[in-house]
Design a binder for this molecule. Structure first.
Ligand SMILES: NC(=O)c1ccc[n+]([C@@H]2O[C@H](COP(=O)([O-])OP(=O)(O)OC[C@H]3O[C@@H](n4cnc5c(N)ncnc54)[C@H](OP(=O)(O)O)[C@@H]3O)[C@@H](O)[C@H]2O)c1
Length: 245
């Protein structure tokens, strides 16, 4: 018997959008929601989507408004998850910096473009489409390392800073949304270290769990289902713990 994620806090017939549906965690979320009895319509957006209408590339911000146009036709949206992100990319020589000596303007700009600006532009297009007469969640996958108060070992300067910026943007959007839609939720999520291409080079010597992609997706859906308007503006970890700003 198939076991489905608990989405009982949302209305039946949910409309869901996953941005970054080609990624490790994004594709696992998509798979978990496909054929889910509570989900009426599911849309995945990615750089490599076979249908150009569903392609988003944060290096071409116009692609975001074009793609989100597709969603406006079926609004309201009950759940939108931004599962995009970058930490390293051999093709463009991007690697997390261990020291300020390794800072490079282009690499920093790429981190901010993909990890902060892209999700913010999606939020600006999607938040007006979120449901107002029921629970709705706009979630962006952030990372624990974006917490300033939790930072004890430093390093990964641009990635950390771009996730901290994302967390600030989410908090701002939560405050703005509260005035229009008090029941709407905007949140950041930390998936825990998950076996994807993004974490691959950094998995050796972990002193905690390495989640599979389906495990990470299941954890995140549990957190999303339990989230209430009090969580709006917060970043929650995979186990439901609030990550301090
Ligand atoms: N894995 C972990 O251990 C871990 C831990 C903490 C936080 N996170 C966060 O979790 C999120 C998902 O990461 P993941 O582990 O699933 O990594 P992943 O498998 O590398 O997926 C990254 C996703 O981001 C997309 N992306 C990259 N550059 C893009 C661009 N220019 N425009 C649009 N999309 C772009 C990728 O698209 P393509 O498929 O086209 O490359 C892919 O869909 C990220 O925000 C990451 O920071 C991950």
């Amino acid at each position: 018997m198939t076991t489905y994620a608990d989405l009982s806090s949302f209305p039946r017939g949910m409309r869901v959008a996953i941005f970054g549906s080609s990624g490790g965690i994004g594709s696992a979320l998509y798979t978990m929601l496909e054929n889910h009895p509570n989900v009426d319509q599911l849309f995945g957006f990615s750089r490599t989507h076979p249908d150009p209408q569903f392609r988003i590339d944060f290096t071409a911000p116009d692609s975001i408004s074009r793609a989100v146009q597709t969603l406006s036709d079926i609004a309201p949206i009950h759940l939108a998850v931004v599962a995009t992100g970058i930490l390293h990319d051999d093709h463009i020589g991007l690697a997390p910096e261990k020291s300020w000596r390794h800072l490079n303007a282009e690499a920093m700009a790429t981190n901010f473009q993909i990890n902060s600006i892209g999700p913010a532009l999606i939020a600006s297009e999607v938040l007006p489409l979120m449901a107002r007469d029921s629970k709705s969640v706009f979630a962006a996958i952030s990372a624990r390392v974006g917490s300033i108060s939790d930072n004890r070992i430093g390093g990964w300067h641009s990635y950390r800073a771009s996730k901290a910026a994302l967390n600030m943007l989410l908090k701002n959007f939560a405050l703005e949304l509260q005035r229009r839609n008090p029941d709407g939720i905007v949140m950041g999520l930390h998936p825990g270290t998950t076996d994807t291409g993004l974490s691959k080079p950094f998995q050796s010597g972990l002193n905690h769990d390495l989640f599979t992609q389906p495990e990470a997706a299941a954890h995140l859906l549990t957190v999303i289902n339990s989230a209430t308007p009090e969580n709006s503006g917060q970043v929650l970890a995979w186990d439901g713990q609030i990550i301090p700003a």
